[in-house]
Design a binder for this molecule. Structure first.
Ligand SMILES: Nc1ncnc2c1ncn2[C@@H]1O[C@H](COP(=O)(O)OP(=O)(O)OP(=O)(O)O)[C@@H](O)[C@H]1O
Ligand SMILES: [Mg+2]
Length: 72
């Protein structure tokens, strides 16, 4: 039961378009696998992309590339 794949992130990248400049790369190359009942903390300095990542996992924002799978 605890071994079941629950949340799977594959090569996630999020870029924000900046007018007149190159896209801002907020997160890149994120691979993460979380099993059911597993507890994972995402830590890092301010601006490293934690909220950006969680917004995509919650479906509030869309990744620029990569796959997010929730229980298949
Ligand atoms: N809508 C947006 N447009 C442009 N840049 C953005 C946008 N949202 C976030 N960013 C940038 O992406 C980077 C990651 O931001 P994010 O809010 O995910 O960081 P965080 O790890 O949650 O920081 P904190 O610990 O302060 O909450 C930051 O450099 C931020 O300025
Ligand atoms: Mg945040």
């Amino acid at each position: 039961m605890g071994e079941k794949k629950f949340l799977y992130l594959e090569n996630i990248e999020k870029r924000f378009p900046i007018t007149g400049k190159e896209d801002y790369v907020a997160v890149t190359n994120v691979h993460l696998e979380i099993k059911e009942n597993e507890i994972v903390s995402i830590i890092g300095h301010s601006g490293c992309g934690k909220s950006t990542l969680l917004n995509m996992i919650a479906g509030l924002d869309r990744q620029t590339s990569g796959n997010i799978l929730l229980t298949g």
